[in-house]
Design a protein around this ligand. Sequence first.
Ligand code: ATP
Ligand code: MG
Length: 451
Amino acid sequence: MLKRLIAKLKKSSPAPQAGTARILNRDQHRISRTNISDAALKVLYRLHKANYDAYLVGGGVRDMLLGMEPKDFDVATNAHPEEVRRLFKNSRVVGRRFKLAHVIFGREMIEVATFRGHHDNAEDDNESRKSDSGMLLRDNVYGTIDEDAARRDFTVNALYYNIADFSVHSYEGGMEDLQNRRLRLIGDPETRYKEDPVRMLRAARFAAKLDFTVDKASATPIPRLANLLRNIPASRLFEETLKLFLSGHALASYQQLQQFGLFAELFPQTHAALKANPAYEELLKRAFINSDERIAQGKTLTPAFLYAVLLWPAVQEQMKQLMAQGMPGVPAQHSAASTVVESQLARTAIPKRFTLPMREIWDAQRRLIRRMPKQIEGIYSHPRFRAAYDFLLLREHVGEDVEGAGSWWTRYQQQNPDDQQALVSQLQRPSERSSKPKRPRRRSNNKPRNE
Ligand code: ATP
Ligand code: MG
């Protein structure tokens, strides 16, 4: 069994040739230790003192070389995960597909990965395992730094900063690609995407974040292979979605995903709703622009709000259909929300702690628009008020008919309590509204009511 597996792996993936590094001495690059976090430095130095190789690698090195502030720091070493675990009391070994050590310092976590090697050196299928489509189910064969570089995704992610002499080792033309602002996959793109389809999402994300051009050979196979994302666990796709949309480059990421045909794989229902009614795209784009501005101002964003926006077009379309069949607005929205969320979970598993507030944001829309005088205080003091109000403003901003409620709530919040009272008393009383039909059983046009 084992021999057969090894033979199969040898046949299907010839060992990539380990490239030799181009070495840039400390005075030939712009990385300075002052830009590296204390936690990362501690990890690097302790590994080095224990006679292991210790390099900073990946996004940290890439971003520092570009003059950007790194999001986090990743370390590569020849120490095995268990050895790292023994060296740092504050660490734990995680991951099955890709085993590595996490070293924790308060709120900061440093990922320490052992150099990966060729899969033809695998001893058992806990170290190396592939699916029929070529996907790597286990990637735990250890090797040398040269081999490790060949197994990374993009050339600009194969740059290593050596703590021993502060040099940068550039593999696979990484430094040149960085200078040319080019995103290029290492090795044969199709094989590499099949090994791990998430690399397609990473291509979209890095192109957006770094404003790099994706090399033609790396970009071309993506639309054809996009459906391989269906083989990825929904929880991993949820994490990737957050990185795409909550890191300050949501709009560019969205556009890149659409260009690659990847958005439809992540959000099939939203994709269908956008096709049925392209006007929804304005809402998404406006939300992405707002999110990017918020991140730039150092503010945080909740995944619940992001998902409320991303799934709203699908909920609206579904709700329209139910109402056309005669279901009243309120139950139609509830039912549409349940169906859409349930179906989305199969793609990007959304944890309950986000689906609940997301649904509260949707549910609050009707109350925010109706503004029943007796409910105003309750709505305003609800913990979800702010998010629901932001969502309403977004809808108002893109021209949805919300009966002026967005501006009304803006005014309401700007008043002192007495003037708030006055505003509320100017609202139409429910009895004055009763001349209108309360709940039309069937609407003549197919437009959903704003609830
Ligand atoms: P950022 O942290 O800014 O999102 P990053 O490049 O550091 O970007 P990480 O997910 O932190 O991305 O991964 C660290 C490094 O590990 C990458 O730079 C890359 O070298 C390698 N890597 C991560 N994911 C993959 C993958 N799916 N296939 C191959 N290499 C990967
Ligand atoms: Mg990183």
